[in-house]
Design a protein around this ligand. Structure first.
Ligand code: ZN
Length: 502
């Protein structure tokens, strides 16, 4: 058994090396690569991904997993070896069920669809991407149908990013959340919108970056095992547990852009930095789902970084860093500015309260497309109708409507969006547990200290990597299935105070 396990680990490590090389090339592509590198980089990435895929679907990997199953079953469920064999087996089944030719054809198509979208969005031209999107929908259905026995055709696609979640459970959670959110949004937008002009002054780039880095260092982001660089669309990536990268973008006339994207990406990074070292180089050394990952970015960005206790400590420091801009601005005004709620057209700019409504619109439209009850040609109208009914807004064009998000133009239709809202729901559920277990968390935040919170998250969530699915993890941490109650309580308390809601 030992020899077989060593052989499996050796193969997985080799695949991990190829994936890490892909990640380095990707990171470089979006940070430092000159434009002339684009064509060769696309080819290099494709070569490495294909090599990693071929090595992973090698029948020998399947044989080793098969032979190791009795050994895995003899061990405790949460042991490193049992988890490695179990999780790798599930990934192997998924990777081998989709024919390589189908996947290859889809990647080729989605590269073309992405190219078409980069031209169509500025030109406000949905008809230019419509045929691509129709093909994407067809590919998405074909891939879903590689996993017969599903309850809903979106289930296999949701499972790729949020393993174990299903359309029906997500739909039910979202319906419950929507029913609670809509009246809160309504009550808030009936009031005058908060003044955020204090954020929209000139803030020198270097000082913005320095302040963000000071905060995430205090959070526990380890600069010996990570660094931050600039990019167009902020993201986090990992080359190994000892080398985790975050990126941000700076707007010289908007303080919130770099600061909150830094806190957000640091949350993703600290999750990965907290994974147990022994799991490095294996499929377990990753966050477990897009929802759980997003719960950690949102926790550090919003539940901590947009909270009153946090700013009671950090606002004087921010004023000291930007005296000309902020010395005449009270903590109260600043706190309201960073928590301003308004109905808006763009998901990525949305506040904590309205954000989930944007996600639900996309989730419902994905399901309708996959079910066949909505045709791609009718998507722009369906989009407008939902923005009208859910947010009371009419987008002036498709650019800020159905063309705004890259997801459907660079990936599958199905499974692309639910993780954002699942993450918000989970962030409050986890934070609630942390505060119950460690009541000092809030007081420490008022002192600019985060060690107790960070320690609790490492102990209960980070160290496990992807040993447990999101549902297993939630059950272990909260003692039950995912509930929206802590999240609704959080929003009601925070925004109830801010907007004096009944
Ligand atoms: Zn994120």
């Amino acid at each position: 058994m030992n020899e077989k396990l060593a052989e499996l680990k050796r193969r997985l490590l080799e695949i991990d090396d190829l994936n890490a090389a892909t990640a380095v090339l990707n990171w470089d592509q979006t940070t430092y690569m000159p434009p002339g590198g684009a064509a060769a980089r696309g080819r290099q990435l494709a070569t490495l991904s294909q090599l990693a895929h071929e090595k992973f679907i090698d029948p020998e990997v399947g044989r080793l997993l098969e032979e190791l199953r009795p050994y895995a079953e003899s061990l405790p469920y949460d042991s490193d070896d049992a988890s490695l064999i179990r999780v790798t087996q599930r990934q192997y089944d998924k990777s081998t069920k989709v024919p390589s030719a189908l996947l290859g054809a889809f990647y080729e198509h989605s590269a073309a669809a992405y190219q078409a979208w980069t031209a169509a969005r500025p030109a406000n031209d949905f008809t230019a991407v419509q045929p691509y999107l129709e093909k994407t929908l067809d590919f998405s259905r074909q891939v879903a149908n590689c996993f017969p026995g599903y309850d809903h055709i979106a289930d296999p696609l949701i499972d790729f990013s949020d393993e174990g979640m299903k359309a029906e459970t997500v739909r039910a959670l979202f319906a419950e959340l929507r029913a609670q959110l809509v009246p809160i949004v309504q009550a808030i937008v009936d009031q005058p919108v908060a003044d955020n002009s204090c954020l929209l002054q000139t803030y020198p780039e270097a000082d913005q970056l320095a302040f963000g880095q000071k905060v995430i260092r205090a959070y526990g982001f380890d600069f010996q095992r990570g660094r931050q660089d600039k990019t167009h669309h902020p993201f986090m990536t990992k080359f190994a547990l000892g080398d985790i990268r975050i990126t941000t973008r700076v707007k010289p006339n908007d303080l919130s852009e770099a600061l909150f994207s830094t806190l957000h990406e640091a949350g993703h990074a600290m999750y990965e930095m907290g994974i147990k070292k022994d799991l490095d180089g294996t499929p377990l050394a990753n966050g477990t789902s897009s929802g759980v990952h997003e719960s950690q970015s949102r926790l550090w960005e919003n539940l901590v970084g947009r909270s009153r206790p946090f700013w009671e400590h950090y606002y004087p420091e921010l004023q000291a860093a930007f005296p000309d801009q902020l010395n005449g601005v009270s903590l109260d005004t600043f706190y309201r500015a960073i928590n301003r709620v308004e109905r808006s057209l763009i998901r990525t700019d949305a506040d904590e309260v309205t954000y989930n409504l944007h996600v639900m619109i996309r989730f419902d439209l994905e399901l309708a497309l996959l079910e066949g009850s909505l045709a791609v040609k009718d998507l722009p109208d369906a989009w407008q109708a939902r923005y009208q009914s859910d947010l009371g807004l009419q987008a002036p064009d498709n650019r800020d409507g159905v063309l705004q998000d890259v997801h459907w133009y660079g990936g599958f239709i199905g499974g692309a969006f639910q993780g954002y809202t699942l993450g918000n729901i989970m962030s409050a559920a986890f934070f609630d547990q942390a505060r119950q277990a460690q009541p000092a968390v809030l007081d420490e935040m008022r002192q600019g200290e985060f060690a107790t919170l960070h320690g609790w998250l490492k102990e209960n969530i980070y160290q496990h990597g992807s040993k447990f699915t999101a549902n297993e993890l939630i059950e272990r941490v909260t003692g039950g299935p995912l509930s929206i109650d802590p999240y609704i309580r959080y929003l009601r308390t925070k925004f109830g105070e801010l907007y004096a809601l009944a």
